[in-house]
Design a protein around this ligand. Structure first.
Ligand SMILES: [Zn+2]
Length: 832
């Protein structure tokens, strides 16, 4: 790979092998000063050394090579490629050398590079933190470096900080020296060989839990002072996951210690820095007494995801950013596998059906994309952080795992990790490893899933399976949806537990007759359709499906309805067949379908819809009631929340209103019901409720409570209140949250369009203000504008004339889904 043609990539004439980094942050001034020594190998004699550097003031570079000192006479900066070139008068000889550069920088507020975060403690004291977020290409904002994943090196970090503050990095502390001037220097052990984007250093008013040692590795939860009572869930989940992955990968954890650090301002969910994983607070710190199961699940799965990355991502790393999807898809797959082993009663693979469906909802649009695509600039890769990478990618890997067999798949993963430890890979390296172990044509099969967008619709008719591309909108010339796939289809005959595996290609395939379940086990990443003859044998026996099969059937039926390929009554027939089961996954889909239908219909048509909603949901409420019962299983509270939330909002059930309001006023809500109660309370527009939300948000005792009341501001059916909340997103709320609140506000049936007008009237300001990785989040609610063609036209015009740089594809998908919704609205109105 010498002299790659991509101008965003550095040449390989000089290659780093070890960094020694010295940083002194000034938290009050929001600046930092530093120095880096880099062991380099000059492969070709040169007088120019090119490194990545962005927003840093650099001193002259000194190089020591073969006992001779060299000093740069000029530094050329390139803003496009984010490089600094040190120019020397004399040619540096080939061979080992040491490069040394001093630098200064600013602790920014953009949540990237070395940045500033603040929090107020229980005594009202404001603290400032300095912390890092380097993925994908922001280490260059903290120190000059070869900032590409394929330039692996070791790192030895030294932080000089005020004596009363704590400091953390990837490795254990090896020395802590009091400088006698109120400062101390903390030095960390040299890391393993790894990529720049995995380096981390953090300084601030933190505390940590006692160590819990798992397989010889100490684990700690690190948190802003005063939040130690919120760490038990995370510590238990981390301990389980670390041991689980030690066993699964059959390679010891590659770091020396494992700190999980909660950061008050954080753009993503978490970041897999080796040995020093950072999290947004709500993803790590949780109070099990007041949190919902979904919130506890989220902490558990995010932790499992990040720990899986310690091997898959940190130990073995993609060579360039087009491989990031595999990194994330694999960690997504592993988070479910690990959590399913940790808490089988949560039925994580069924719950993952919801995530997969969210991905297929995007992937069924012509504006979808292949999972893997060419990445030229690091910015291009920002467009990869979406549901197609995480959820579709993860579900495609699950489909592959189930097709090959869990053990064969695991053995292939072990083979791959062992072969490529401390090195870099491309996607096909994994397929090759799996192919060697399994003997199946993995590469050929996976290429059909990775290199083209979309997914198939598998139809069973007259005992024959066939595939076609699935799309919500009619076929069109310009589409990212592919044509055919090599589809691993699992079938079984109802009443039998024997599953048959097929590989469906372009030719139709005959299967055993009778009542055949097409996506047996619910593990396939495709939609299935039962022709009338097949449906007639399945529909009356929905209760004989397993839970994920049932959830998949409901999700596929809803997709077919939204695509205009079946009618409302067909969907309702399936929903009615769900029976008395505490299954939040399929019931959640039914609730969503009713919500869409309720928005879509005219006022005079809604009566019939609400009538059938009550007919479907009221028996479930009669069975479950408001409070926990001895017969409840782990998922009953989620089921109860869906039922109450649906009856209390679109169901407009007045007795549910009364009870919800009473519980809200008394501030007595268990975690699982809180979301439903808040939705109902907000929707009723009683005087003072909005102020109560704000007050409880400001005084929240846990990150989950804070998030609940803040996100709940999106549910008020009042334009003036909605605009007040939108304004607070620009002035008061944290940047890590505000785009999410605005996106949710746009989903509000009444106030959504006004919020959209408000945000787009401040568009340039918004783009400068919010983290770049969250820009497309601002338009999350656009797909809900499904009843007003004139509004849809304006929205389309605005967003096509104001494109985002890296994330415009996500916006285009939201626009297309809005148009699919308009067609759905027309179709549904004709059916009522
Ligand atoms: Zn990840």
């Amino acid at each position: 790979m010498d002299n790659p043609p991509n101008p965003y990539r550095l040449g390989r004439s000089v290659v780093p092998s070890a960094y020694r980094i010295f940083i002194t942050p000034d938290l009050d001034a929001a600046t930092f000063a530093g120095r880096v020594e880099i062991d380099i190998d000059v492969r070709d004699a040169t007088s120019r050394v090119v490194v990545n550097s962005l927003d840093l003031e650099l001193g002259a570079a000194s190089i020591t090579a073969a006992g001779t000192g060299y000093r740069s006479v000029d530094t050329e900066f390139d803003a496009t490629y984010e490089t600094a070139t040190f120019v020397f008068e004399r040619t540096l000889p080939a061979g080992p050398a040491v490069l040394e550069v001093a630098f200064t920088g600013v602790l920014n507020d953009l949540l990237v590079g070395f940045y500033r975060s603040t929090f107020v403690d229980a005594d009202g004291v404001t603290h400032t933190i300095a912390t890092t977020q380097f993925e994908n290409s922001d280490a260059r904002r903290a120190f000059p470096c070869w900032d590409e994943p394929s330039f692996k090196a070791t790192y030895q970090v030294n932080l000089t900080v005020p004596s009363d503050l704590a400091a953390y990095s990837n490795s254990p502390v090896v020395s802590d020296t009091d400088l006698g001037n109120g400062q101390r220097t903390i030095s960390f052990a040299t890391t393993m060989v790894m990529s720049t984007y995995l380096v981390a250093f953090i300084v601030g008013a933190f505390e940590e839990t006692d160590e819990r040692v798992v397989d010889g590795v100490p684990i700690r939860i690190v948190y802003p002072v005063g939040k130690g009572h919120l760490t038990d869930v995370a510590l238990d989940a981390s301990a389980f996951a670390l041991h689980f992955f030690n066993e699964y990968f059959d390679i010891p954890y590659p770091g020396e210690k494992l700190d999980m650090v909660a950061i008050p301002d954080f753009a993503f969910g978490a970041m897999e820095n080796l040995g020093c994983v950072t999290y947004r607070e709500s993803a790590l710190l949780v109070d099990p007494a007041t949190a919902s199961l979904a919130e506890i699940e989220r902490t558990t799965t995010v932790i499992a995801h990040e720990i899986a990355h310690m091997w898959f991502g940190d130990l073995v790393t993609m060579a360039w950013w087009e491989g990031i999807w595999l990194n994330e898809a694999f960690a997504t797959f592993m988070e479910v596998l690990c959590t399913d082993a940790y808490r089988p009663q949560w039925k994580m693979w069924v719950a993952f059906g919801v995530d997969r469906d969210a991905a297929l909802q995007v992937d069924g649009l012509h504006t979808t994309r292949p999972i893997e695509f060419e990445v030229i600039s690091p910015d291009d890769m920002r467009g990869m952080f979406d549901v197609l990478t995480y959820e579709k990618g993860g579900s495609v890997l699950r489909m592959l795992e189930q097709y090959l067999g869990a053990e064969v798949y695991r053995d292939g993963i072990r083979h791959y990790l062992r072969r490529h430890s401390y090195a870099n890979t491309v996607t096909t390296d994994l397929w090759d490893a799996l192919e060697e172990v399994s003997g199946h044509p993995v590469r050929e099969m996976m290429n059909t899933w990775i290199l083209q967008g979309g997914h198939p619709l598998v139809t069973i008719e007259d005992g024959t399976l066939r595939q076609e591309p699935f799309s919500y909108a009619p076929a069109r010339a310009e589409s990212a949806i592919g044509s055919t796939w090599l589809v691993p289809v699992h079938t079984r005959v109802l009443g039998s537990s024997v599953t048959t595996k097929h590989l469906l290609g372009t030719e139709p395939l005959a299967v055993d007759g009778g009542a055949v379940v097409v996506n047996a086990g619910g593990v396939g990443t495709f939609r299935s359709r039962y022709a009338p003859d097949a449906l007639a044998s399945i529909a009356p026996r929905v209760d004989e499906l397993d839970e994920l099969e049932r959830a998949t059937l409901v999700a596929d039926s809803w997709a077919m309805l939204f695509a205009g390929r079946t009618g409302w009554d067909d969907f309702l027939a399936i929903a009615r067949g769900l029976g008395d089961r505490d299954e939040p996954t399929p019931w959640g889909t039914v609730a969503t379908a009713f919500d869409f239908a309720h928005r879509a219909l005219r006022d005079d048509q809604r009566g019939r819809l609400v009538e059938s909603l009550r007919e479907v949901f009221a028996p479930q409420f009669d069975r479950l009631g408001w409070d926990a019962r001895p017969a409840d299983n782990a998922l009953t509270p989620q089921m109860r929340s869906i039922v109450i939330g649906t009856l209390g909002t679109i169901g407009a059930d007045s007795s549910i209103h009364d009870e919800a309001v009473a519980r809200f006023d008394a501030d007595e809500m268990d975690g699982d019901l809180a979301r439903a109660i808040l939705r109902i309370a907000a929707g009723l527009n009683r005087p003072g409720t909005y102020e109560t939300f704000l007050d409880r948000f400001h005084h929240a005792q846990t990150p989950q409570d804070e998030q609940r009341y803040q996100r709940g501001l999106a549910d008020f059916n009042d334009v003036a209140l909605a605009l007040d909340a939108a304004q607070r997103c620009f002035s008061e709320f944290r940047n890590q949250d505000a785009p999410i609140v605005l996106g949710s506000q746009m989903r509000n049936a009444l106030a959504g369009p006004s919020v959209w007008e408000y945000v787009t009237s401040r568009w340039d300001e918004a783009l400068g203000h919010f983290p770049p990785s969250m820009h497309s989040t601002l338009t999350l609610g656009v797909p809900m504008f499904i009843t007003d063609p004139a509004l849809a036209e304006r929205v389309t015009t605005f967003h096509t004339t104001h494109p985002l740089h890296a994330e415009q594809r996500t916006v285009d998908q939201q626009l297309e889904r809005m148009h699919v919704g308009l067609a759905f609205t027309t179709s549904l109105r004709s059916q009522f």
